[in-house]
Design a protein around this ligand. Structure first.
Ligand code: THU
Length: 129
């Protein structure tokens, strides 16, 4: 699975987003070290604060299926976007060096970075040792 394929998965996941309030659909696709993939979309709620981002849906799906070795994530939004601060923190937990591909709604990647770049001087598991 290469970055282009991962971004296409994120683009497909975006179509499943439940975003009647913001109308802003987000799709995510996580690539694990063993090659398996886990997708997510944002799921909003009438009680707005109960909404969850696409990235965290993907992480929760992966971890709840026994997968904690996460290599890369692709994000698909209309135009351009980047993981919110809360999602950066949740992703950091599982791999500070995670590759991050930012793509538009078609799955075209317009930016590649890493979690370390997006969340410098982060608080992580090692801080609790
Ligand atoms: N959203 C995500 O799914 N991921 C992000 O990184 C940024 C924001 C969602 C949350 C909400 O459903 C909508 O986008 C507007 O903020």
């Amino acid at each position: 699975m290469n970055s282009t394929e991962l971004a296409k998965l994120a683009s497909s996941a975006r179509l499943l987003a439940y975003a009647p309030y913001s109308k802003f659909k987000v799709g995510a696709a996580l690539l694990a070290e063993d090659g398996k993939t886990y997708t997510g979309c944002n799921v909003e709620n009438a009680s707005y604060g109960m909404s969850i981002c696409a990235e965290r849906v993907a992480v929760v799906k992966a971890v709840s299926e026994g997968q904690q070795s996460l290599k890369a994530i692709a994000l698909s939004v209309s135009g351009s976007g980047s993981p919110c601060g809360a999602c950066r923190q949740v992703l950091y937990e599982f791999n500070p060096s995670m590759l991050v591909y930012l793509a538009d709604e078609t799955g075209h990647i317009h930016h590649e970075t890493t979690l370390n770049m997006l969340l410098p001087h982060a608080f992580g598991p090692e801080n609790l040792d």
